[in-house]
Design a protein around this ligand. Sequence first.
Ligand code: 0O2
Length: 210
Amino acid sequence: LDDSVLADFVRRATHILRLHKFAIDEIMTKLRIWSEEFDHIHEHDPIEHITSRVKSPAAIVAKLRRRGLPVDPESARRHLDDIAGVRVVCPFVSDVYLIRDLLRRHNMEIVQTKDYIAAPKPNGYRSLHLIMKVPVALSDRSELVTVELQIRTIAMDFWAAAEHELFYKSGGAVPPEFAAELKAAAEIAAALDARMLALHQRSHNEQSAD
Ligand code: 0O2
């Protein structure tokens, strides 16, 4: 990547990158409130942890180039859904959908849903991806900003982190025996999630019966 192209992009992208940081701040505040409130009322916190990032200018420029799109901030804003990324990690699969339902209930605009839990990727990747439009109130106007929300369980996150480390970014061909082993590991993670969910539901039912 040419240094001057990147430097020029960074200079012109400051406003857009800041806007995406504000959108992350907005959504993080909502998620933190629900996490604390739910824990208080239901004695169960549906959020184990949350991470977020604004995509780096170098990664934005690389993605625009890869897709043959104009390399400028407006093009990035128009074409890329993941400049702002928030990852919510939940104890149980039911919590993943609970978070999605809370977003819906509060009229947060979800423009696209990719349910890789109902339909995992061929490599075994599981996660619920929501593309959202988040309103950001600036001092003189309001802007709708795109945020990619990834919601997954701890087991799904463990698998994705390990797979990312091993292959996802390598770009190279994955040896078939590795791919099969990784997919089998994803299935073990899903089975673990199912068992933990069953325990969670049992303990919830027993508490309600008390
Ligand atoms: P990073 O480094 O996490 O930011 P697109 O978002 O347009 O590139 P696509 O396929 O339309 O691609 O989006 P999708 O499927 O919603 O995936 C986007 C993000 O999900 C990725 O972002 C990863 O974070 C995560 N992801 C998707 N598939 C996999 C996978 O097989 N393994 C792992 N570990 N993560 C995955 P980035 O920008 O590619 O990567």
